[in-house]
Structures are given as structure tokens and as C-alpha cells.
Design a binder for this molecule. Structure first.
Ligand code: KG4
Ligand code: ZN
Length: 447
């Protein structure tokens, strides 16, 4: 079964083509023929976050060339000498699907009437959660291609995509550079997923296959959002997660290299006096539930920055310092120290809550999903902690599959969802009990 998968929920246009092989009724091997990601992060950088109208425009610019490129990579793009002419009915349906995107419609019709219908069995597309204007670009494209190629379109919950990304284990490097092969692990239940991204911080209990129960979530900012906002306060680029992580690692390395002081306490860096060693709160660590809060942690960073004695060179600026002056007042050592303490604080809370939930629900497996799982410190700490639990395994996505991508959407479609005729963007779509595994259904039908 070959799937074209489309992801446009945020600021990455992700297009993947994957092929799944089944053994018995189980999916076992997935060959990835294409997995293209075009990030708009640089464009959004000046807003310090993702700007929905801009995201939509950029997805609309990128999507057709990326699908064509993915088909080429998968050797499924074959030009035809007799371009497919659309019937009036087909044209009307396409116009209806794309009535808000006439330029995209023109580009799409031009590109795909020149190509033979590719051997694709289904199209998977993220239908939510995410930014609705951005989601619509993917959904409309998927529905238009579904109509042109006569194949079903499967809506996918983005968060389920992040969960299943952790089930992929790359097989030893395959001969061809063009495709990658993965084994698809199966989960044992009950399991728990910690979903940490730019828009979500959730603990989800999975009592059995395809069933989800939200047992905890952030009451304010998502953890990725907090990484991004703290990075902005420190004058770092967007997205801030990787930047904070780099600085934090630097601070850790310095701390390892620096001698302890006279009282035996480690010093983060020789240039930061011990009295100013930065300490941030661990919000809701002892709240007794599985909820999180990261807005307070972010505000604590702000107060910490404001308390740092003013560099004499900036003293003339008076009480109301501009953001750029505030950033200029921070030495690289102080920035690194704040980044490290912030990362430590966030990690500690995420780990403690996840372990407590794992214990309470006696889970066999813990899954981590979402962009923030690219964080090396978080990965390390979870690996070390779960290794101590005799009956629990940890599943982490490969770092390159942590952030948004089309492949995870294709996998979720293969495993769970049913095709739908009319798909609607749902910005706040929740994880709910989903349909029976599609593969099993397809096989039943064949028998
Ligand atoms: O899952 P994702 O790609 O998009 C959403 O669905 O939101 O997650 C993006 C988030 C951003 O907030 C980004 O800063 C964060 O993931 N992120 C990281 C790292 N890499 C990406 N956060 C911490 N450490 C990282 N290395
Ligand atoms: Zn995501």
C-alpha cells in the first residue's frame, strides 16, 4: 500500500510517500520513498512565533512543487503525452474544493494534468489540531488530488502522528540513498504518551490500541512555546528550542570543566559569581495531578533577567531599557546559565509527572512525541530514568522525526484512520477513540 502524506498544520510543509508491507494482519516494514520538509521558520522569526496568514501563503506556494518533487523522488512522476483533460463536472468539483485558492488550483491543475496518475493508493492529510488557515491548504490539496487520482483521502490527527513517529525504528542503512526503511514496532498496553510541542503539553493514557484519554495538560503555555519565548527574551533565533538547548549544553560543559569553589559548590561559569547562580521554579511539581504550567517559569526568567545588574555601558539608558538593551546586558555566560536552568526546570517537571502517571496507571510503555522531543537533555533524562524501571519501556522518535513531518501523518493513516469524503480543518481537534485499524479492514475486504 502506497500513501502520499501531507502535513501543513504549522510552519512546516511536509510531504512524504511511503509504502507499507504487511505480514499477516500486521504492518511490519515501511519504506519511505520521499520525506520532504520545507520550513518557514526563518520567515516567522521576526514575529517570534508563527503568523497564520503568512503560514497559509507559504504552504500554498510550496505544496505543489513539493508533491511533484516527492513523486519524482519516488519514481512515480511520469509525464504524459496526452494531458488529462478535466470534465466539466471534475472542474466544478475542483473549483468548489479550492474556491478560496484560485492560484493554487491553477498551479495544481497545470502540474497534475501533465502527469500520469501515479500509483498511489491513498492520501493522508493532517486535519487538526493546528492553525486552520494552514491546515486548509493541505486538506484542499489532498482532496483535489484525491479527486484527480480517484483515491481515498484519510484525515489524520497531528498529535496521533507524533505518537506513532516513536514506533518507527530505522533499519540498518539501506543501500539506496533514495529510500529509507523502518520497522514499525507494536505497542503494549496500557501505555502513556507525553506530547510536547509548540502548541501542546499533554499526558495521554492509552489503555488499548487506538484509545486515548487525556489525563493531564498545560494550563497555560505549551512547553515548546515556553522554549521559544525564553529564547526570544535571550535574543536567540526562532524556533528557540534548539537554540536554548545548544546554550544549555554549553553551560553544562563549562560547569564540568570549572573547578568547584572554596565551599565545594560547582560554578556554572567562572564569570558568574556564585551569589548570582540562577535558580528557577519547578511549576506544579507537587500539584498532585498531571497538569503542567509553563507561563510562570517563563515569567521567572523575565524577572531573573531584569534583576541582573546593569552593565555600566548601558547604565545611561535609564530605567526603561529597550528589549535590545536588556539582551545586550546579558553576557554569553549568563544566557547559557539561564538556558540551562530553564531546560533543567522544564525537564524535571515533565519527567516527574510522566513517571508518576506511569506508576499510577502501571503502564508498560512510555512514548514521547512532538518537536520538543528533539531536545537532547530531555531524551537523556527520560532514557536514564526509564532504564531504572524494570517493567516499562521508553519509545522516542528519531530526532529527525521529532518535529513536524509528513511521514508521521502517513504512518498514522496506515495504522488507524478511515477515509472521509468531506474533511474539515479542526484547529483544536482532540485525540479520541479512533476507528479500527485500516489495514485490518482492508485485508478483511480482500478475503
Ligand atoms: O511538533 P513541532 O514541530 O510543531 C508543533 O506541532 O508545534 O514542535 C515545534 C516546537 C517548537 O516550540 C520548538 O522550539 C520545539 O518544538 N523544539 C525544541 C527543540 N527542537 C524543536 N525544543 C527544545 N529543544 C529542542 N532541541
Ligand atoms: Zn507537531
Amino acid at each position: 500500500m502506497k500513501i502520499l502524506a501531507i502535513e501543513t498544520s504549522c510552519d512546516e510543509t511536509g510531504i512524504a510517500i511511503l509504502e507499507a508491507r504487511t505480514v499477516g494482519s500486521k504492518l511490519s516494514t515501511v519504506t519511505v520513498r520521499a520525506n520532504l520538509i520545507l520550513s518557514q521558520a526563518k520567515l516567522h522569526a521576526e514575529y517570534g512565533g508563527v503568523f497564520p496568514a503568512l503560514a497559509r501563503r507559504e504552504h500554498a506556494k510550496a505544496i505543489v512543487p513539493l508533491v511533484v518533487q516527492a513523486l519524482k523522488n519516488a519514481e512515480l512522476a511520469h509525464e504524459t503525452k496526452t494531458p488529462h483533460t478535466l470534465t466539466t463536472k471534475e472542474l466544478r468539483t475542483l473549483e468548489k474544493i479550492m474556491h478560496k485558492e484560485p492560484e493554487l488550483l491553477a498551479e495544481l491543475s497545470k502540474a497534475f494534468t501533465m502527469l500520469k496518475i501515479p500509483k498511489i493508493d491513498a492520501i493522508a492529510v493532517t486535519s487538526g489540531p493546528g492553525l486552520e488557515p494552514a491546515l486548509w491548504v493541505g486538506i484542499n490539496t489532498a482532496q483535489a488530488l484525491g479527486m484527480l487520482w480517484g483515491v481515498p483521502v484519510i484525515p489524520v490527527n497531528h498529535m496521533e502522528g507524533h505518537i506513532v513517529a516513536a514506533l518507527l525504528v530505522e533499519k540498518s542503512k539501506v543501500k539506496s540513498q533514495k529510500s529509507k526503511e523502518y520497522d514499525l514496532r507494536s505497542l503494549q498496553y496500557p501505555a502513556i504518551a507525553l506530547l510536547i510541542s509548540g502548541g501542546h503539553t499533554e499526558l495521554v493514557l492509552m489503555p488499548r490500541d487506538g484509545a486515548y484519554k487525556l489525563i493531564g495538560q498545560t494550563r497555560d503555555d505549551a512547553v515548546g512555546e515556553a522554549f521559544d519565548k525564553v529564547a526570544r527574551m535571550l535574543g536567540l533565533a526562532y524556533p528557540g528550542g534548539p537554540e536554548i538547548s545548544k546554550l544549555a549544553e554549553q553551560a553544562r560543559n563549562n560547569a564540568d570543566l570549572t573547578q568547584t569553589d572554596a565551599e565545594g559548590a560547582p560554578r556554572v561559569s567562572a564569570s558568574i559569581p556564585r551569589e548570582s547562580a540562577i535558580r528557577l521554579p519547578r511549576p506544579m511539581l507537587h500539584s498532585g495531578d498531571f497538569d503542567f504550567s509553563f507561563a510562570g517559569l517563563k515569567t521567572a526568567v523575565l524577572y531573573t533577567i531584569k534583576k541582573i545588574p546593569l552593565n555600566p555601558a548601558l547604565a545611561g539608558s535609564g530605567e526603561h531599557l529597550a528589549q535590545s538593551d536588556v539582551v545586550a546586558n546579558l553576557t554569553p555566560e549568563i544566557k547559557a546559565s539561564i538556558a540551562k536552568e530553564f531546560e533543567d526546570a522544564a525537564t524535571e517537571v515533565l519527567l516527574a509527572k510522566t513517571l508518576a502517571a506511569a506508576k499510577k496507571y502501571k503502564v508498560k510503555e512510555i512514548i514521547l512525541g512532538g518537536g520538543v522531543t528533539a531536545n537532547k537533555k530531555i531524551r537523556r533524562v527520560f532514557q536514564e530514568a526509564v532504564a531504572q524501571l524494570p517493567d516499562t519501556r521508553l519509545f522516542l522518535p528519531d530526532r529527525e522525526l521529532s518535529t513536524d513531518n509528513g511521514l508521521m501523518i502517513g504512518i498514522a493513516a496506515l495504522l488507524r484512520h478511515k477515509p472521509k469524503k468531506h474533511i474539515v480543518a479542526q484547529g483544536t481537534l482532540k485525540l479520541t477513540k479512533s476507528a479500527n485499524p485500516t489495514i485490518a479492514e482492508l485485508q478483511k475486504k480482500k478475503r
